[in-house]
Write a new protein. Structure first.
Length: 271
């Protein structure tokens, strides 16, 4: 068992919803990532999604696309990202870390090598955006053997058959994309999200995180009423882009934003 189910179990016992920030590893420079990860945990984050820089992030909007571009200018590779996870583990043995990215860098490394390196670095799971469950048997098998989770995306358009297919392969949690389109786009309709999460939970017995379109504390609090995890990416990465000329300020500014989200989420839960 990875740290992910243990963390969700602990949060459920406390009546709390997970706060899961996303950043792209190496953005805007490799030296920022490690102190930022620790700052996010100190600000109340329960897990971290760490993006693998990629040249063609097709599911991501312009904000996160540009974050990959900034990281790639520093030649940040999957090998480097796993090194950042390993460095994070030197001071934090408890916070789950999930890689989020695309299949190509993993295929280049090789499934077996990736799983071994991920396990040894202290990773907990991965979300591979462009790997459908029909084609994921080899990676699922390797990840499960190493007690690592493979997280899958579900969308507003996912029907019951598709949800059931993902239920066979997913572990840790599933990530519900709350709006149609790329990251950072769209308007959240809480009633629609709640209805879709109810249909997902009838089929999948895993926690459900919700992301895409969560921009501020109010949105986070509303999503926390129906989700097991609030996942925030573009709103964080935009702040990082704004501060790219002053990278030393990024951990503090992002931490302040996450503290506001954490407080709003906990108030919504009556804590």
């Amino acid at each position: 068992m990875s740290r992910i189910p243990r963390r969700f179990e602990s949060l459920a016992q406390q009546g709390r919803t997970a706060l899961v920030p996303f950043i792209t590893a190496g953005d805007p420079a490799p030296s920022v990532t490690l102190p930022l990860m620790h700052a996010m945990v100190a600000a109340g984050s329960d897990m971290i999604e760490l993006g693998i820089p990629f040249s063609d992030p097709m599911a991501d909007g312009p904000v996160i696309q540009r974050s990959s571009e900034r990281a790639l200018r520093h030649h940040v590779s999957l090998h480097d990202v796993l090194g950042m996870v390993r460095a994070f583990r030197a001071d934090d043995a408890e916070t789950p870390v999930i890689l989020m990215g695309y299949l190509n860098p993993i295929e280049v490394m090789g499934y077996e090598d990736f799983v071994t390196r991920a396990r040894d670095a202290g990773l907990d799971g991965a979300l591979v955006v462009d790997l459908p469950p029909e084609e994921s048997h080899d990676l699922v098998t390797g990840m499960r053997s190493a007690q690592l989770d493979l997280v899958y995306l579900l969308a507003p358009t996912s029907n019951e058959e598709r949800i059931a297919k993902i239920a066979e392969a997913a572990s840790g949690f599933v990530y519900y994309v709350s709006v149609k389109g790329v990251t950072g786009a769209g308007h959240l309709d809480l009633d629609e999200v709640a209805a879709k999460l109810a249909s997902i939970r009838r089929i999948i017995d895993l926690p459900v995180g919700v992301g895409f379109g969560i921009k501020d504390a109010d949105t986070a609090a509303r999503i926390a009423q129906v989700a097991d995890a609030v996942i925030v990416g573009s709103a964080i990465v935009q702040r990082m882009e704004d501060l790219a000329p002053e990278p030393e300020r990024i951990p503090e500014v992002v931490a302040d934003f996450l503290r506001d989200l954490r407080a709003a989420i906990d108030v919504a839960a009556g804590l």
